[in-house]
Design a protein around this ligand. Structure first.
Ligand SMILES: Nc1nc2c(ncn2[C@@H]2O[C@H](COP(=O)(O)OP(=O)(O)OP(=O)(O)O)[C@@H](O)[C@H]2O)c(=O)[nH]1
Ligand SMILES: [Mg+2]
Length: 199
């Protein structure tokens, strides 16, 4: 799960862990936002809500790629079906942080060559057309396979999704419509266009 600061990555991980558990998948979470100590606590709180264990490294300034490495090893040894990876928020114009994301992606590709890998950009719908530029840069660094559009419970309609699908060919996978654990839905193009065109 990738994206700029505050887009809703950690919340979306919590919601996905809930859906996964309800759907009978064995799931783990990798706490690869190692920038802030509070980030690990936040994702642990979300994991606990659906009884999903979180793999974290308690050390200071740990390498997020190392956490992902450990989490993949744990997932493999336990035959876990789904590993959700939380990453730190980063601005797409910070080259060192985008390089770090690319490194995480390389670890995933190398350690889990047979996995079905989804790299999702979590995009705050209230930020409008800024999202297109974010999507372009994240697509390059993380080899994105899709987008989660969050905060559609407010006044934003998420029209940027049209540009992202058209320019980058990335599907919208889920929409976030609230802060609660149930507030994540699979994307429906029909409903989306209806909402976009209404009032
Ligand atoms: N209204 C609304 N708020 C949301 C939604 N998704 C996330 N939020 C809120 O957005 C804020 C940031 O969410 P986080 O999940 O912490 O975002 P993040 O991308 O992990 O942030 P960083 O890790 O700091 O980059 C929180 O207050 C969430 O409750 C949504 O779909 N609707
Ligand atoms: Mg977060």
């Amino acid at each position: 799960m990738t994206g700029v600061n505050g887009a809703g990555k950690t919340t979306t991980i919590g919601k996905l862990a809930h859906i996964a558990t309800k759907s009978g998948y064995t799931t783990l979470i990798a706490a690869a936002d190692t920038f802030r100590a509070a980030a690990v606590e936040q994702v642990k709180t979300w994991g606990a809500r659906s009884h999903v264990e979180v793999i974290a490294n308690p050390g200071k300034n740990t390498d997020p790629a190392a956490v992902v490495y450990d989490a993949i090893a744990a997932a493999q040894s336990r035959n876990v079906e789904l590993l959700l990876v939380d990453t730190a928020g980063r601005l797409q114009n910070k080259k060192n942080l985008m390089d770090e994301l690319a490194k995480i992606r390389r670890i995933v590709d190398k350690k889990a060559p047979n996995a079905n890998i989804e790299a999702l950009l979590v995009l705050d719908a209230t930020l409008g057309q800024n999202g297109l530029r974010q999507a372009e840069v994240f697509a390059e660094a993380a080899n994105l396979s899709g987008v989660v559009l969050t905060k559609l419970d407010g006044t934003a309609k998420g029209g940027v999704a049209l540009a992202i699908v058209e320019k980058l060919g990335l599907p919208i996978r889920f929409i976030g419509a609230g802060e609660g654990i149930e507030d994540l839905r699979p994307f429906s193009s029909y409903e989306f266009v209806e909402a976009l065109l209404s009032g």
